[in-house]
Design a protein around this ligand. Structure first.
Ligand code: HEC
Length: 178
């Protein structure tokens, strides 16, 4: 063994120096390890998002500030920048749907518990309204995560006064966020 090894090394530029291939392999291994560490860190910080919408309310607090940006991007076109809704929102349209209602205290969003509001946003007005209901409220489950839906609803709550917030919090006791 020793004679074979020394025989092989004779004439090499530096005895014991790794071959370029070995160095490459070691570097690749280092990069893969580093990549895994970074991915794990991102996964941990992001709260293990996707696949399968599996976040739980306990681990992902809904943040109204994130919710405002989401609301402006996805909801304001129908419900209004300040939650004022569309004109004549109580009057049925020719196609059997209603205009988008306000989310501010003049509407009735604050009459509904967290659970129902969540289901309306996730599954759409059609599903939440039951059979025979025609609704122009889209389902957001393909666009927003559960945490983002909660954050958007928490933002809507900032449009209410103390009385609306208290009444809605009471209503949510028996039907909380999923
Ligand atoms: C294309 C227009 C449109 C968009 C965009 C839209 N909505 Fe709606 N939304 C409606 C309509 C119309 C209704 C009333 C549904 C009905 O009566 O069938 C509604 C109803 C609701 C309700 C129930 C309100 C109540 O008082 O009962 C909530 C909550 C709601 N939307 C939240 C949202 C959120 C959050 C977003 C953004 C992620 C959003 N909507 C985006 C049209 C829209």
């Amino acid at each position: 063994m020793s004679s074979r090894a020394s025989g092989k090394r004779r004439g090499a530029p530096r005895a014991g120096s790794p071959t370029p291939l070995a160095t490459h392999r070691r570097r690749t291994a280092a990069y893969v390890t580093l990549g895994l560490l970074v991915a794990t860190a991102i996964w941990a910080v992001a709260g293990a998002p996707i696949p399968g919408r599996s976040e739980s309310p306990a681990t992902t607090a809904a943040n109204p500030r994130d919710g405002k940006a989401l609301y402006i991007t996805h909801c304001a076109s129908c419900h209004g920048e300040r939650g004022e809704g569309q004109p004549d929102w109580k009057t049925k349209k020719a196609d059997g749907t209603y205009p988008a209602p306000p989310h501010d205290p003049s509407g009735h969003t604050w009459h509904h518990a967290d659970g129902l509001l969540f289901r309306i946003v996730r599954d759409g007005g059609q599903v939440a309204g039951g059979p025979g209901i025609r609704s122009a409220m889209p389902a957001w489950n393909d666009t927003l995560t559960d945490a983002q839906i909660r954050a958007t609803l928490e933002y809507i709550k900032t449009l209410w006064g103390p009385a609306e917030r208290k009444a809605q919090a009471n209503a949510s006791v028996s039907d909380p966020y999923p």
